[in-house]
Design a protein around this ligand. Sequence first.
Ligand code: NAD
Length: 178
Amino acid sequence: MTRGFFVGRFQPFHDGHREVVEHVAEEVDELVLGIGSADVSHTVHDPFTAGERVVMVTKAVDDVDVPTYVVPIEDIDRNALWVSHIESMAPAFDVAYSNNPLVARLFREADIEVRNPPMFDRDRFEGTGIRHQMLVGDEWVDHVPDAVVDVVEEVDGVERIRTVAEDDGGDRWEAEEE
Ligand code: NAD
């Protein structure tokens, strides 16, 4: 039995993330999805709470062929301890999937196999761009699963991003990096 682990901030969970899940589901028997930066919300970079993201992700992958578990993972100050921190929270896993260089490095240094999933239409499916589309009123719903649209609407998420962007003085957006 092989259990895979895929972590992301999922701000929001988009169709590229969903494609990764489908790809990983062909290689593993079970999948753990880690909601990274679970302690962070209500900023332009991280607008949605861990609970909101748990609902988004759980509903967006409910038709995937393998059992899938969604686990919130808070950030910690020490990168060197982050993998141990994950292991203390998540079901045991055999292989981690990531294209984030720091994430891949930390898993490899902990002797955990890392696989790099393909990138899917990164021009369209990219968190920073989708949040910017929400902020300025551009079309974004075609870039995320329907379940994500439902959660964003339920929590008035577009208005939340606009409010926190104003609170940041309007210049935070330019400073954002992902
Ligand atoms: P993300 O939501 O931006 O991306 C998640 C994954 O999806 C990444 O591997 C990314 O490469 C992939 N992806 C994005 N768009 C894609 C597309 N179109 N097609 C295919 N794949 C795509 O999240 P992230 O920033 O990579 O998440 C890492 C998390 O780990 C963060 O929450 C970070 O804070 C956390 N972290 C914490 C520590 C610590 O606490 N010390 C250390 C390292 C990482």
